[in-house]
Structures are given as structure tokens and as C-alpha cells.
Design a protein around this ligand. Structure first.
Ligand SMILES: [Zn+2]
Length: 526
């Protein structure tokens, strides 16, 4: 059984109604690890719904968290905002309403592209709307109990002035400069390093709970039943352990079902972390990977296994795997672990409401070629219509899918693709390349000029003809391939030849062969 279905089965044993919570502190570009978290939540939610459960996915932006330091991607003047809530700091590009929005907005947009249906909650609004009101009271009134739990479970002594509530200074706006000095419901009195003394109203956004008590509090008032989280929270004595005891002993309910996920590693760079500056953001990853393929990457891997993400050649291999899963799903190919692959494919569909039909299969590798040799998307479409088994008809959905994929391929080629995959189609055979044609290559082109004249003009026929006609004349087919690449691309290598030639009109291919042979002859005379 697929891992998401195993979790859904466990959920069914616990009840009908489920809240699956995920989230992030939007302190910088949201990285691909968080993409894994919310995709994991979405896959579980889908599996649960298909089982007849009432499952809601929520995404919590911890917008009320303070800015911890001036990250390398920030201008130095941001030092004045350290300690202030992310929701109240100006946006670095000044087109968003706050620092938090600046990083959340593009990520939330990418969730739509990925077909993730999540209810978004922002913590600064949750505090302001008094959602924490009762939880904060319980936490503060049970502070001795909580102190014991934290000490026992995490094995760390807490400082004597530890207090489970962080007042926000009403004079300087900071959360990291205050010390609680007393409590009389609903106010926590405090002293701030700026000199101000005041009272924070715990019913609203007068301050916030620290992470280790915030987490169990929101489990309680949001009724969270399932939560995917990174393995750092899952360590023995870590925040899941302490939160579990707090939610049981202070709020009287069970902790959510944990779905612990491993990191996504950038190939060769180790675990991704935006603070170390080696991350590719989630938004960036989506720009270079078709959304269903990105879903598939997470769906096919069990959460506790790490994922190596290679933004170079790895993307192509990933799309190859996805296309293979598609063929398996539609019964065109067989292999090992069929059921899991089929299920992962199904869970990768961006729109789960529609039963999948086999989409027009334009291999991604072909699109990578097309976007490099065709001047516009219109030309790409024309070529697809001419060369694929589309019967000349593309549905609106086909067109949209090809557009999305062509954009991803273009983005990837410009930034991450290995040089060996980049090609330039020359209008005329380049002089220097023609000079590299030896006698056998010239003969190969002469043979091809005749052989390609009358065959049906499609990729497979062209491919077979190049092989057969070369062999019939005692020419190594590899030599023929090379000759073509030289006169079309000015290089000894290129994409699969049959498909590549089929993307051009026959007359155009023959014209270039003719032109190259002419150039060879005129060199001979010179
Ligand atoms: Zn202050």
C-alpha cells in the first residue's frame, strides 16, 4: 500500500474528522523542505478524503515570530527590525504589505499551481482574533507544570526567570527585549531593555507564546489530528515530545498523529537550509519543474527517506521517471512495484477531481529540444501538432500542459541545465563545422539526401532510415549522426536525431544537406 494510504488507514481508526496542520516561519525564501512538508500534508489529505474521511489541510504562517537576525539576503538597515514580528516589518521589495507577506505570497501562489488546497492561517491574525486567548491563560496558569515537563523531557534546566509568555514591548515593538515581571489575568507585566515598563494583554496580540508551548496550544484550539514535521522536531526530548506531554497534561487531549519527514538535499550540498544560503527556494524549484512532476517526487518517496534533488541533469531523469509512471498507470509498460507507482502517479495529478485521461505524451526531453530550436511557443505548438500522435488536434488542456512544461524547460535551460544539453540551431551550416566533415561524412550526407526524400516524415521512420541507409552503404551510422549534428548544430552531439529532424520540415532538412554539400564542393575547388 502507498504510504499516504497507510497513514489514511490509521487516521480512519482514530475518527472521521481530521485537521492536518503544516506551516512555516516566513523569515526568508521558503525552501523546498517546506514544499515537502505541505505536499506530504496534501497527499495525506487526499488519501484520507478518498477513504471517505472529512480532512482539512491548514497551512500556518508564523508571521508573529520575531526577526532573529539580519540574514545575508537583507540590507544592513534591517538590524533596526531584529526582534520585531515579521508581520510588522517592512517588505524588502516594498511591493508587499510586510516582510512576512514578501516571502509567503509567492509560496502560497505556488501552492495553487501544485493543486494544493490549504486553508491559510497567519499567526499574527490568530493572536489578534483572540484564538490564543484561552490557551495562553492555561499555559501561564500551568507554568510550574510546564516547567517540570520541559525540564524532564528535554533534560535542560530552565532559567529561574523563565516564563511561558513573551510580552511585546508596546513602546519599541520588540519581542526579544522584554522580561515578564508578573501576571494577573489577563495581563503579563514586563520590563523592556528600551526602558519601557508595561502590561501585555494575553487575550490578544500583546505578546506570544514561545514555540514549545505555542505548538501544543494550537493543536488544542485548532483540533489538529495529523501533522507532518521535519525530523529535527522529532528527536528524543525534542519539541514533539514536550508538546505531546503539554497537550495531554495541560489541555487534556491527545497529540496529533506525527508524520516525520526527512530532508530534501541539494545534490552535493547537504541538507537544505535557507539560513545557510545553499537552498533553492520552493518557488524556484517549481519554476524549473512541472508541478505534477514535483508532486511525484514527494509522492513516490516515503516521508522518512531523504530526497536528493539535483537541479542539473537530475530534473530530466526525474521527468523520465514521471513519464514512465504515466505509461505504467495507463498500462503501456510493466515493471516492479506497480501498485505503488500507479498510486504515486494518481496522487501527483494537479487536479484530483478529474479521473485522469492519458495526456498527450510529448516527452519532456523533446520539449527541451523544441524550446531551443523554435522561436516562439506558437511554433512549438505547430511542431507538436505536426509530429505527435495528436491527430493534429490539441485540447485546451494539452496546450496548457505543453505551455507550462515549455516554460519550465526554458527556465531550467537558462539556469541549471548542463552545457551538454544546450544546442543552437543554425540557419546555415556553420563554416567551421563543414570543414570538419571528412570524406565518409560527406558520403553519409549524399546518401541521406536520397534516402530521406520519400519516406513518411516522422521520428521513427527517420531514425530507422538513417540506420539502414548508412549500413547499406557501409557507413557507420554514428558517422551519419555526427554529420547531421555538425551541419545543423555545429556540434558533434545532439538530441535524438529522428525526433530532432522530424521537428523541421523535410524540405528544410534537405535544403541544409544540399547547402552543406555545396559548401564542401566549393572548398574543394578553393
Ligand atoms: Zn521596548
Amino acid at each position: 500500500m502507498h504510504w499516504a494510504d497507510v497513514i489514511a488507514e490509521d487516521m480512519a481508526k482514530r475518527g472521521e474528522k481530521h485537521i492536518i496542520a503544516t506551516g512555516i516561519t516566513p523569515s526568508g525564501p521558503i525552501h523546498i523542505g517546506n514544499m515537502r512538508e505541505i505536499l506530504t500534508g496534501d497527499l495525506v489529505a487526499r488519501a484520507a478524503r478518498e477513504r471517505g474521511l472529512d480532512a482539512t489541510l491548514i497551512y500556518i504562517g508564523d508571521t508573529f515570530d520575531p526577526l532573529r537576525r539580519v540574514y545575508p539576503f537583507l540590507p544592513p538597515e534591517y538590524s533596526q527590525y531584529v526582534g520585531m514580528p515579521l508581520s510588522e516589518i517592512p517588505c524588502p521589495c516594498s511591493s508587499h504589505s510586510s516582510y512576512a507577506e514578501h516571502f509567503l505570497e509567492p509560496f502560497l501562489k505556488s501552492l495553487q499551481t501544485l493543486g494544493i488546497d490549504a486553508e491559510v492561517l497567519l499567526s499574527h491574525e490568530m493572536y489578534r482574533k483572540k484564538m490564543y486567548s484561552e490557551a495562553a491563560r492555561r499555559v501561564i496558569e500551568n507554568r510550574e507544570r510546564i516547567r517540570e515537563i520541559l525540564t524532564e523531557v528535554s533534560g535542560r534546566e530552565l532559567p529561574p526567570d523563565w516564563f511561558p509568555y513573551i510580552p511585546r514591548c508596546s513602546a519599541c515593538g520588540r519581542l526579544n527585549t522584554t522580561t515578564a515581571t508578573g501576571y494577573s489575568h489577563p495581563f503579563v507585566s514586563y520590563r523592556c531593555k528600551c526602558g519601557h515598563e508595561g502590561k501585555a494583554d494575553i487575550r490578544t496580540d500583546g505578546g506570544k507564546l514561545p514555540w514549545r508551548v505555542d505548538w501544543p496550544s494550537r493543536w488544542w484550539f485548532l483540533n489538529v489530528t495529523v501533522e507532518p514535521f521535519g525530523k529535527d522536531h522529532a528527536a528524543a526530548g525534542g519539541s514533539y515530545d514536550t508538546a505531546s506531554r503539554i497537550v495531554r497534561e495541560v489541555f487534556g487531549r491527545e497529540p496529533p498523529y506525527p508524520v516525520v519527514y526527512e530532508w530534501i538535499q541539494l545534490k552535493g550540498k547537504g541538507a537544505m537550509s535557507s539560513s545557510k544560503g545553499i537552498a533553492i527556494s520552493a518557488v524556484e524549484m517549481l519554476k524549473m519543474t512541472p508541478p505534477e512532476v514535483l508532486r511525484y517526487l514527494v509522492a513516490r518517496t516515503k516521508p522518512f527517506r531523504h530526497i536528493d534533488f539535483d537541479p542539473g541533469m537530475g530534473i530530466l531523469n526525474l521527468v523520465d521517471d514521471y513519464e514512465r509512471a504515466e505509461r505504467i498507470y495507463f498500462g503501456l509498460e510493466s515493471g516492479e512495484e506497480l501498485e505503488d507507482i500507479k498510486r504515486a502517479y494518481e496522487l501527483s495529478l494537479v487536479d484530483p477531481s478529474r479521473r485522469p485521461e492519458r495526456p498527450l505524451a510529448v516527452p519532456y526531453r523533446h520539449l527541451v529540444t523544441l524550446v531551443q530550436i523554435k522561436p516562439s511557443f506558437e511554433e512549438i505548438l505547430k511542431t507538436v501538432k505536426r509530429t505527435e500522435l495528436s491527430g493534429g488536434n490539441l485540447t485546451e488542456e494539452d496546450t496548457e500542459r505543453i505551455r507550462q512544461r515549455a516554460e519550465a524547460a526554458r527556465y531550467w535551460l537558462d539556469r541549471y541545465a548542463p552545457e551538454s544539453l544546450k544546442i543552437t540551431l543554425y540557419e546555415e551550416p556553420p563554416e567551421r563545422a563543414v570543414k570538419e566533415l571528412d570524406e565518409e561524412a560527406v558520403e553519409a550526407l549524399e546518401v541521406m539526401r536520397e534516402a530521406l526524400l520519400r519516406i513518411p516524415w516522422d521520428a521513427e521512420e527517420i531514425h530507422n532510415t538513417v540506420y539502414e541507409a548508412s549500413r547499406a552503404h557501409g557507413i557507420d551510422p554514428r558517422k551519419t549522426f555526427q554529420a547531421f549534428y555538425l551541419i545543423f548544430l555545429g556540434s558533434r552531439r545532439g538530441p535524438r536525431l529522428g525526433y530532432f529532424l522530424s521537428t523541421m520540415r523535410r524540405a528544410e532538412v534537405l535544403r541544409r544537406i544540399e547547402r552543406a554539400l555545396e559548401m564542401v564542393r566549393s572548398h574543394g575547388k578553393g
